[in-house]
Design a protein around this ligand. Structure first.
Ligand SMILES: NC(=O)c1ccc[n+]([C@@H]2O[C@H](COP(=O)([O-])OP(=O)(O)OC[C@H]3O[C@@H](n4cnc5c(N)ncnc54)[C@H](O)[C@@H]3O)[C@@H](O)[C@H]2O)c1
Length: 332
């Protein structure tokens, strides 16, 4: 069983590659190393360096692996704030190039695609309640917009290629020495951990007047290893039946933690007290983004193994600590 993983050098792509290898898959990787790093890629992955829109590379992969018919498409740009400053960059990479790739893969007789979408497609939900997949899709930034545009293209092409869309909520944690390393880092848990490890001078909590139980914004944090496991389940779905294909599934635990609770949990796991700043809300940050994960549980047999915030934090911490102790950069 073979699978092509785009974005295999990134945080989630490298851990999904490792998880597929653990489950007996042969992994072919494609990455242009825009934001990901060669050293992340597990040694057993057969890597192709190039852009997802480079049809020559896609044809070369097909020639060398004619039996390959399934892709996990994780390559993309992910920074919301950057997408607001440079919307074209996001629409081009996350939609236009992905569309070119899909058209070529259809020509090459690929049968299945799993796409990494995001909770950002839901925009700013008004209710403080878990979000089902049937909720209104109304992104409020070009990042979410670019992901929704590709979701819609997949729905258009559903007669030509099967798809499973996964809308990731907040992905966190690590798998041994594979972990989160974005440059710049904008995600909450690695930012606080770096502050705790004295690798950042300051950390600011944005917004203490949200309509949540403690006034700070609430998110659903999913361990990256559970997210990767959901992809392995989905790969099996392609060979089992077609009943649960061509649909979107949330990937989260259905449990929210406020920013304040994340800080408190990190203080507990690390047994220290953090002295951080409190600032005003940032525009565009929803109060509450928590998945309703029932559909993936029922239809894709998604049963998480790491639904424990302390485990998420300690795995992320061990990765960051190792990283700083060895004076590493994301590249080396
Ligand atoms: N990290 C999260 O919390 C999160 C949440 C929701 C959705 N996602 C989605 O998951 C996917 C992976 O995110 P990540 O955190 O691992 O990001 P990442 O930046 O660590 O990895 C993305 C990888 O894609 C590669 N890439 C980007 N554009 C490419 C192109 N045109 N051709 C070839 N390679 C390209 C990059 O070089 C990088 O290795 C993204 O699609 C992202 O939108 C992530």
């Amino acid at each position: 069983m073979k699978v092509l993983i785009t974005g295999c050098a990134g945080y989630i792509g490298s851990i999904t590659s490792q998880t597929c290898l653990d489950n007996g898959y042969e992994v072919i990787g494609l990455d242009a190393f825009y934001t990901g790093f060669k050293k992340n890629i597990p040694a057993a992955v057969k890597v192709y360096e190039g852009d997802i829109a480079d049809t020559d590379i896609l044809q070369k992969i097909h020639l060398e692996h004619p039996d390959l018919d399934t892709v996990i498409h994780m390559a993309g740009f992910i920074e919301v704030a950057e997408s607001v400053k440079e919307p074209e960059k996001y629409i081009e990479n996350n939609f236009t190039k992905a569309k070119l790739m899909l058209d070529e893969l259809i020509k090459l007789k690929f049968k299945n695609i799993i796409f990494s979408s995001t909770a950002a497609v839901y925009g700013m939900p008004k209710e403080l309640s878990a979000i089902p997949e049937s909720s209104e899709l109304k992104p409020i930034n070009p990042y979410g917009e670019s992901k929704l545009m590709f979701e819609e293209y997949l729905r258009e092409k559903a007669d030509e290629i099967n798809h499973i869309i996964f809308r990731f909520f907040n992905v966190a944690g690590a798998y041994d020495n594979l972990g989160e390393c974005h440059e710049p880092e904008t995600h909450l848990i690695p930012l606080i951990l770096d502050f705790a490890l004295e690798q950042r001078k300051s950390f600011a909590l944005f917004g203490t007047d949200y309509p949540s139980h403690d006034g700070t914004a609430v998110r659903d944090y999913i361990h990256v290893r559970d997210l990767a496991k959901a992809h392995v389940n989905a790969l099996k779905e392609f060979s089992n039946s077609s009943a649960n294909l061509n649909q979107a599934y949330n990937l989260g635990y259905g449990k929210g933690f406020s920013v304040k609770e994340i800080i408190e949990n990190i203080e507990k796991v690390l047994a220290l007290k953090l002295d951080y700043e409190r600032k005003d809300r940032r525009p565009g940050d929803p109060a509450y983004l928590v998945a309703s994960p029932e559909k993936a549980k029922v239809k894709l047999s998604f049963e998480p193994d790491f639904n424990n915030i302390e485990k998420i934090i300690s795995d992320a911490y061990n990765h960051r600590k190792l990283f700083w102790e060895n004076k590493l950069s994301c590249k080396s």
